[in-house]
Design a protein around this ligand. Structure first.
Ligand SMILES: [Zn+2]
Length: 149
């Protein structure tokens, strides 16, 4: 009798950790194909990347976050202090949208990305802090950081 009870206890002890191991489901952050930030406010998603010249490059993404074809979305970026932001306008260049002007000075300022499905469509805004320092943990710039350190 005692040995059966022990066996049952052992079986219970083995099943309980299996339940506890069920992790809560949450979306994993991923970087864009060029190492930029993925803007998820619109479909298709877009990649927001700052180039060496401090220009902003927007790449349309496919459902599995690969570089895709532009679909006529119209982008504007407002960067810097809200009272006096710098407006970046975009032109198509090699299948991407590249800003004609550069970001203002500094390595950490707020940006607001205005995304219209087409020239006459309604704008959706994605706002975030554009921190250009490189994350020490995941090697991406902080604005595109995927490790949430
Ligand atoms: Zn990181």
């Amino acid at each position: 009798m005692k040995s059966i009870a022990l066996k049952l206890l052992t079986a219970l002890a083995l099943t309980i950790p299996a339940f506890a191991a069920g992790e809560p489901k949450h979306e994993k952050k991923v970087a864009g194909p060029n190492g930029g930030r993925v803007l998820t406010a619109v479909e298709p998603h877009l990649e927001f990347l700052v180039t060496k010249e401090r220009k902003v490059e927007i790449t349309a993404l496919t459902g599995d976050l690969k570089a895709g074809k532009l679909s006529g979305q119209v982008i504007a970026v407002f960067a810097g202090e809200r009272s006096q932001p710098t407006k970046l306008e975009f032109k198509e260049d090699g299948g991407r949208l590249v800003s004609s002007n550069a970001l203002p000075k500094g390595n950490d300022f707020p940006v607001s990305v205005s995304i219209k499905p087409n020239a006459s469509g309604k704008a959706v805004y994605e706002k975030f802090n554009l921190n250009l320092e490189v994350c020490p943990t995941c090697k991406y710039a902080e604005y595109a950081c995927i490790c949430a350190h």
